[in-house]
Each structure stands twice: as C-alpha cells, then as structure tokens.
Design a protein around this ligand. Structure first.
Ligand code: GLY
Length: 359
C-alpha cells in the first residue's frame, strides 16, 4: 500500500461563526447540486443544530436527510448498513457528499460509511460536541463498534472539510461538556504545560468561557501530532495517554450497569497512567500531585472496588493497542510531554488501580 505522507490537511479545518457559512462556499466551489448532498444527523442535532444551517436544510431534499438515534449504541454495522441502503435507494453516486452533523458517534459512523460506500465518497464533518470538535472529527479516524468492542472496525479517511462552530456547545448537557474537557486536559498534559495553566484558570460554568480559544488550541495540538503520523504507527500514540486504563474503566463500569462517560474514564486513566509514570521514576511526586489536582478540579472520580481489579486488568491486556503479550502505555515524562510504547508489569498495574481506588 502506498501512503501519501500528509493526507491530513489542517487548512481544511475552519473555525468560528463563519464556519457554517463557509459550507455554502465550499459546496458552490465544488459544484455540488442539492441532489448530491446527504446529511447525517441524530435526533438531538437535527433539533438543535440543523436549524443553524438554513440554506442546507432548504436546498437539500428532505429524503436526503438521514436521522439516527443519539448514543453510542448507534455506532453499529447495522446502522452503517441502514445508511448504505438509504444512499443506494436515493441513488447516491461516487460524486455524492455526506455531511456529518453531530458528535463523535455521527462523525465516526458517517466517516466510516462515506469511506466505504462505493469505495469512498467525499464527506464533511460538522462536529457539535466538545469531544467531537477537539478529538473525534480531527485526524481521519472513522469507526463502528462490533460485539460491544469500541471502534473494532474502521478506516483512516480524511474529511474534505471540518467546520467548527463552538456556539453548538451551548446546547450540550454538562456531563457531555466535561467528557470532552477530559480530552482537552489530555492535550495540555501531552503537549503544553502553559496550556494546562490556562485551563486551570477557567470556570466552565461561566457563560463567557472562551471555547473558541480552547477548541482551537486543542485542535492545533492534535493536528500537529496527526500531521507527523497520520496512520498511527508512532508518535500519534501520544494521544492514547489515559486511554489504556480509560477504555478498561469504561467497559468495566458499563458491564456493572454504572456507565461513566468516555471523558470520565479517560480522566481516571490519566491519573492511573501518571501514577505508573511515577512508579517508573519518569515524573516526580510533585508533578504527579499537580496532574492529579488538575484533573480532579474538573472531572469527578469513578468509584471502583478491589473486586473490579481482575476484570480491569483483563480488559487492559486485551486492549487493541498492545503488541502480542506486551501491554503498551503512553506515559508522561514531565507535564507537557509523553513517551509512547512503555510496558508495565501486572503488579505495577494493580498498584495504580489501588492508588486510584484510595483517592
Ligand atoms: N483519538 C486518538 C486519535 O485520534 O489518534
């Protein structure tokens, strides 16, 4: 397979209130006719966000508006198939465009469908959640879940445009905003201590919070990493900080019927993985304390019990980021940098879980 070195183009990410107007120019510039355009939404974004795109709604025939249920369960092959069939019935061609308007579920699923339908049609992301704007819509990963395993199927495929309007964040429930904010904290911890200090000054309940600055800085950090390694063979793994423990927490809590948000699980994961870095003498006790208090300032702790440790360990061992028997972590060596491909022993992982449980 031949990879182009930079399939990812940060220039295609457009910010600000004019981002939505930009869509009209983009569609005109590419000569898309209304019958070429399909829009994927969920019931929430159809209600709260679609009205912000009056031209699109007016021009695109109603039957080309595809609405699915909101929530992670929708990120399935079954829904992908449903969308393929709708595209076929409505005679979509390789020249058609799919506009994905929604959070991470919509952009992951819509990107997956667009990148596989007729071997790939063009797509545009309009992420509406904080998680979508700073993470899911950036960097060309598309996915659906399989048998309860997250992102088991997917492609690397890069949208033509990502249009980011932070005004949409006003419609988000607090839990969802905080879930995305965990990824924002992650960006600061892996790349920029000064950014972390800026974040610590923020009161997220303040309606005047400058989300545009926050989202832009996070997108810059992620874009910078993706540009160096678009297909996730090396440095992009820095973005996995907190996710090896985090995914295990997320699945464990879901199985227990006490589901937590992705961001809450990643926040817990970042605390455990920082403790792991401390055990390996990669960071000082002072840095560990600073990371911990920074995360806990915003994100609530998950309650785990000693009885969960074996399940969490097994989930960590089956993480798709591992290579054969080796469990891979991305661990901080200071505040503002992480090292990739760090291994850990069973006993160290248990020690981190114990540390977290005792907080
Ligand atoms: N969310 C991690 C990545 O895009 O690589």
């Amino acid at each position: 397979m031949i990879f182009t070195p930079t399939p990812f183009d940060p220039e295609q990410i457009v910010f600000g209130p004019s981002a939505l107007k930009h869509l009209r120019d983009f569609l005109k510039g590419r000569n898309y006719a209304p019958e070429d355009i399909f829009i994927l939404t969920d019931e929430n974004t159809a209600n709260f966000c679609l009205p912000e795109l009056p031209d699109l709604v007016h021009d695109v025939p109603g039957e080309q508006l595809i609405k699915i249920s909101a929530g992670e369960k929708s990120k399935s092959l079954k829904n992908a198939e449903k969308i393929y069939r709708l595209l076929m019935e409505r005679e979509a061609t390789r020249q058609s465009l799919l506009v994905n308007l929604g959070g991470g579920v919509i952009t992951d699923l819509g990107g997956f469908v667009a990148s596989t339908f007729k071997r790939g049609i063009s797509f545009v992301h309009i992420p509406t959640s904080l998680m979508g704007q700073v993470d899911a819509a950036i960097g060309g990963k598309t996915a659906v879940n399989l048998d309860g395993i997250k992102n088991q199927l997917g492609t690397f495929s890069f949208p033509e445009q990502v249009l980011i309007y932070t005004g949409f964040l006003k419609t988000l429930p607090e839990e969802e905003l905080l879930s995305g904010f965990a990824e924002v904290i992650k960006h600061a911890l892996i790349a920029n201590r000064g950014y972390l200090e800026y974040l610590l000054e923020q009161d997220l309940h303040n309606p005047g919070t400058d989300w545009e600055t926050i989202v832009k800085r996070s997108v810059e950090i992620k874009s910078d990493i993706v540009l160096q390694d678009p297909y996730d063979f090396g440095v992009r793994r820095k973005l996995n900080f907190g996710h090896t423990f985090g995914h295990a927490f997320e699945t464990c809590m879901q199985r227990k019927g006490r589901a937590v948000s992705h961001g809450q699980a990643v926040a817990a994961g970042m605390i455990c993985e920082s403790h792991l870095a401390y055990l390996k003498t990669m960071i000082s006790f002072t840095d560990l304390g600073f990371i911990l208090s920074s995360i806990q300032k915003f994100i609530q702790k998950i309650i785990i019990e000693a009885d969960d440790f074996d399940v969490i360990f097994d989930l960590i061992r089956s993480d798709k980021k591992n290579e054969r028997e080796r469990i891979n972590f991305s661990l901080p060596d200071r505040i503002g940098n992480v090292q990739i491909n760090k291994g850990a022993a069973h006993v160290e992982i248990l020690e981190c879980l114990n540390f977290y449980k005792m907080l």
